[in-house]
Design a protein around this ligand. Structure first.
Ligand SMILES: *Cc1c(COP(=O)(O)O)cnc(C)c1O
Length: 402
């Protein structure tokens, strides 16, 4: 059983401040109509999530429902190939196949304690929608998931999963009929149903307190890494931690307990798509500028006059024009190093892990694996890669490269 964590007392250079900022990034840029909902969360989230009964229920579900702690696995053949010591944090073994459920479990327990009996969420590829529908079934709460009409057509298996789990999937029919439009519809729904509904955001994005709250729920990943590394290597700190960044929730969880450990190098893998300057990319830190997206100030891909640029990535989970404000701050301060990994590099890394270790990674996670070739880690160094999800959902894409 993991230890019950208390809020950090000491100042961290990388924690959120009282106003919801990480350096110049973060905050809550929301329409006035949303103030009451967001303020209710801001004022209550820390007090609720560190109550002993919350922590007990949260960690009990992570253990017995999600299957935590997830293993930390020394990948011998992969290590041999790169002449270093590579450990995989196996978030792919979580119930539902990825890390996203750590956050949805936390948020559904918060919703119950706030007296909400309805959940609304948005989803792009459907992974967050499935993780949300799963915990709503678990708790018997009503679940509405907004999804772009085009995404509904493209992601039929996840739509079927959500429906089987009892969620109502509502098509967003405005604009480009994708994630951005689904987000707008979900926010509108929340504005109209403030009293009985909680909005579950799926990454470390959105207005304060979502980035901090989601990071805290996902921080169980690095909490486990530290105790597992201590047990397996005699040291809590690795030399490198690598994670892919879409919005940034699995990376936030993997980095969290190493943020104030400067000897640990934090490595973020973004989706380079066809190449950073190809016009088909989602490499936000290379292409983006400061701006406001989905309720917070961060780095985002935009035109000269501030229109959001349509991103591209082979992996649906990384196909996002921004990153969370924590990551924008880690990037700007130099605390984390960012690499842009192309579609082809990620696919090759996915095949490599499958052949060497018998593990088929999500294409998102394969971006983190592909960063290995740029690290030049030494034979006496330790590298931890956060394997955020499993590749079953991506088989059709992998097959095109066979
Ligand atoms: C959704 C997803 C991601 C990207 O989201 P983050 O918030 O950046 O973690 C990465 N990996 C997998 C497997 C996903 O499902």
């Amino acid at each position: 059983m993991t230890n019950i964590e208390q809020p950090k007392e000491k100042e961290t250079a990388f924690g959120v401040n009282e106003k919801g900022y990480y350096g110049q990034f973060g905050g809550a840029y929301i329409p006035e109509m949303l103030f009451p909902n967001v303020e209710e969360l801001q004022q209550n989230y820390l007090e609720i999530i560190y109550r002993p009964d919350f922590q007990e229920e949260f960690h009990g579900l992570l253990k017995n429902y999600v299957g935590r702690p997830t293993p930390l696995y020394l990948a011998n053949r992969l290590s041999e190939k790169y002449n270093t010591n590579i450990y995989l944090k196996r978030e792919d073994l979580c119930h539902t196949g990825a890390h996203k459920v750590n956050n949805t479990i936390g948020q559904i327990l918060l919703a119950k304690r706030l007296g909400k009996n309805k959940i609304v969420a948005e989803t792009g590829a459907g992974q967050h929608g499935v993780a949300t529908a799963t915990v709503c079934a678990l708790m018997g709460l009503e679940c509405i998931v907004y999804m772009g009409e085009i995404d509904i057509q493209r992601q039929a298996p996840n739509v079927a999963r959500m429906k089987m789990l009892g969620a109502e999937v509502r098509p967003a029919t405005s604009g480009s009929k994708t994630l951005k439009d689904a987000t707008n519809e979900a926010l509108r729904h929340w504005i109209n149903n403030p009293v009985d509904t909680h909005y579950i955001i799926g990454s470390v994005v959105g207005p304060h307190p979502y980035p901090d709250m989601v990071a805290r729920f996902q921080s169980v990943i690095s909490e486990e890494m530290r105790s597992q590394l201590l047990e397996q290597t005699g040291k809590e700190n690795p030399d490198y931690v690598i994670a892919c960044v879409g919005g940034g929730s699995n990376a936030a969880g993997a980095f969290y307990h190493f943020l104030d450990e400067p000897e640990v190098q934090l490595i973020a893998a973004e989706a380079g798509g066809h190449g950073i300057y190809s016009g088909l990319s989602a490499a936000t830190t290379f292409l983006g500028k400061p701006g406001v997206l989905h309720g917070s100030k961060s780095i985002l891909m935009q035109t000269e006059d501030g229109q959001v640029v349509e991103p591209h990535s082979i992996s649906a989970g990384l196909d996002y024009p921004g990153i969370g404000p924590l990551h924008a701050h880690l990037w700007e301060s130099g605390r984390a190093k960012f690499f842009a990994i192309t579609d082809d590099e990620s696919i090759q890394a996915g095949f490599e892990l499958t052949k060497l270790e018998g593990i088929i990674p999500a294409i998102e996670s394969a971006h983190a694996l592909a960063a290995l070739q740029y690290l030049k880690a030494g034979s006496d160094e330790t590298v931890v890669i956060n394997l955020s999800g499993r590749g079953d959902k991506d088989l059709a894409t992998y097959m095109k490269y066979l």
